[in-house]
Design a protein around this ligand. Structure first.
Ligand code: HBI
Ligand code: FE
Length: 296
């Protein structure tokens, strides 16, 4: 449990409550601001952590070259992400502001939904300051620096996706007011963490969850195992997911425009409908689903 006494008493009760309910947060939340942001202390990273970044970076670049969406690859190039040392958020934010008006804010790890939504609504992407340990190189449950920065930041350079993510944040307020956060979170999970897109007839990965994973990218693009369905907003927001195994269902975009366009509809009606119907388990085909096949 966190030692709440040591925290500055600036946090509103809601944030204190949230922290008290979080069992295994790894980050140090004792010095972060009310909005959960903090400074990234570049001097605090050890040579071993820079080396771990370097190994993860080169490994995932090999994966990305084969399976990543073009927006991810061009984002990597535009950001000129450092390969051999842990990147400095200020350097990346300067570049991001020029490209799509986004910036990175350093956070101690997972933050409450309302703070997360608010940052996205203001084009601020929260990136965890700590990086995983050697024995977690292939997998860890909580998002670390590598997942957040390598996985998420390149797509923030794609203008339409950047607009979509801000809209996603804006929808958060209403979702919380209607008790529909779980429904909205599915949209983040399937279309930000595990999204696929068809490019020149080929399925490519753009989701941060797969592109920061050693093995799930290839699996999501080439394996006959999982289901792949054409993107449909209500279907995505109805579909349950698991956080501790490869996805059993992926959703495929034809373009980022269709994802952004989907945000224009009134979500209140959608929340009410989806809250009233049982979730669809992953790996289920329903009437009306459009199944996407991959070239054998
Ligand atoms: N906090 N730092 C951080 N990063 C996330 O991706 C994140 C979060 N809090 C909540 C959250 N994601 C999801 O529940 C969103 O769908 C709200
Ligand atoms: Fe993520």
């Amino acid at each position: 449990m966190l030692d709440l006494q040591s925290r500055p008493s600036v946090q509103p009760a809601s944030a204190q409550d949230w922290l008290a309910t979080q069992e295994k947060l790894r980050g140090d939340y004792s010095t972060c601001a009310v909005d959960f942001t903090m400074a990234q202390d570049m001097s605090a990273y050890t040579p071993a952590e820079h080396e771990l970044w370097r190994r993860l970076f080169h490994r995932q670049c090999e994966v990305a070259k084969r399976f990543a969406a073009s927006a991810f690859l061009s984002g990597m190039k535009n950001l000129d992400m450092s390969a051999d040392r842990i990147p400095d958020f200020e350097v990346a934010s300067k570049r991001l502001r020029q490209l799509t008006g986004w910036e990175i804010v350093a956070v101690p790890g997972l933050i409450p939904d309302d703070a997360f939504f608010r940052h996205l609504a203001h084009r601020r992407f929260p990136v965890t300051v700590w990086i995983r340990e050697e024995h977690e190189i292939d997998y860890l449950v909580e998002p670390d620096f590598f997942h957040d920065f390598f996985g998420h930041v390149p797509l923030l350079t794609q203008p339409i996706f950047a607009d979509y993510l801000q809209e996603y944040g804006r929808k958060g307020e209403q979702a919380m007011a209607m008790g529909a956060t779980k429904v909205l979170a599915r949209l983040f999970w399937y279309m930000v963490e595990f999204g696929l897109i068809r490019e020149n007839g080929n399925i490519k990965a753009y989701g941060a969850g797969m592109l920061s994973s050693a093995t799930e990218t290839a699996y999501s693009v080439t394996s006959p195992e999982p289901q792949r369905l054409r993107f449909d907003l209500a279907r995505v927001m109805s579909t349950d997911f698991r956080i501790d195994a490869f996805q059993e269902t992926y959703f495929v975009l034809e373009s980022y425009d269709e994802l952004f366009a989907a945000m224009k509809q009134p979500f209140a009606l959608l929340y009410r409908q989806l809250l009233a119907t049982p979730a669809i388990p992953a790996r289920t085909i329903r009437a009306g689903d459009s199944v996407v096949t991959i070239a054998a």
